[in-house]
Design a protein around this ligand. Structure first.
Ligand code: ATP
Ligand code: MG
Length: 270
């Protein structure tokens, strides 16, 4: 709506997890480096945790985008409240296979993975919102990671979850075997003040803008950081509303009063 006024080609602060806008903060970059290393070296199971709105799904999408389709088949589970059978069926479907029989699902998945390996391909299973996956289905994933050659896993699992999943892993004895398999663990965290400012500039630049035509005053920036507590999704909500407020005033500088207006509009989210 306000894009043309600010000289933007795209809306800069949408809340969809679009990797095109990925800002490599220290923790996001570190998570990506660990995941790339682990996936390139067939290391097995990885876990990325982070508070609500901190960028887990964005990292997940970025990693999928980076996977080499010539050698990797991936399965994405976005709604992991699945029974064991449903999970196995989902894996087959995502791998482009028709379910042969409900009773023989586990065997079929195993066979498909071994066939893919024989054809020089390997399988990556990514689970977003893993904190809601039942223990039995997590156990199915763990058992799949048992498929291995002497030096590499045939299936790699990447779990993305909210921080309480770490507590569940630590306290539930049924999940101990899975905990032992997690070789790479990364924690996303909200941005520090400087990162919030760079993040805002980064998203504006990716949306086609420049510092002259879209400029957040220092006070507006500080307020947005404080109210969002550095959580990217909340920064997006506040910046979007603040841009709208400045647009209504026909001012290219986003001022503290716009940030305040944004805070009112965002209201209950903060
Ligand atoms: N490093 C980043 N670079 C660019 N945008 C980001 C980054 N981290 C988060 N975002 C943005 O913040 C918003 C929330 O990110 P995302 O949906 O990935 O968070 P999440 O951790 O998966 O949240 P939830 O716990 O609710 O699933 C999205 O608009 C996303 O684009
Ligand atoms: Mg998410």
């Amino acid at each position: 709506m306000y894009e043309a006024f600010f000289g933007l080609e795209h809306p800069p602060f949408q809340i969809s997890p679009d990797p095109a806008f990925l800002y490599p903060s220290a923790v996001h970059e570190e998570a990506l480096r660990h995941l790339r290393y682990s996936l390139n070296h067939f290391k097995g199971t990885c876990l990325v945790t982070g508070p609500v709105g901190s960028g887990k799904t964005t990292i997940c999408r970025q990693i999928i985008w980076e996977l080499d389709p010539e050698s990797v088949d991936h399965v994405l589970v976005v709604n992991p409240r699945l029974s064991e059978q449903e999970l196995l069926a989902h894996i087959l479907t995502d791998l482009g296979e028709a379910v042969e029989s409900w009773e023989g699902l586990a065997w079929q998945v195993q066979r498909v993975i071994l066939d893919r390996h024989a054809a020089g391909r390997h399988v990556v299973i990514l689970v977003d919102e893993a904190q809601v996956m039942p223990n039995e289905s997590l156990e199915v994933l763990r058992l799949l990671t048992n498929l291995e050659t002497q030096d590499a896993k045939l299936v790699q699992v990447v779990l993305f979850a909210q921080p309480e999943f770490e507590t569940r892993l630590a306290q539930d004895p049924a999940l101990l075997p899975l905990r032992h398999r997690i070789l790479v663990q990364c924690r996303l965290a909200p941005f520090k003040y400087d990162e919030t400012m760079s993040y805002i500039r980064h998203r504006v630049a990716v949306a086609g803008g420049d510092g002259q035509r879209v400029c957040f005053s220092a006070m507006a920036g500080r307020a947005i950081h404080r109210w969002s507590e550095g959580v990217p999704r909340l920064i997006n909500h506040l910046c979007d509303k603040a841009l709208m407020s400045a647009y209504v005033r026909q001012d290219r500088e986003i001022k503290l009063r716009d940030a305040r207006r944004a805070r009112q509009d965002v209201g209950a989210l903060l």
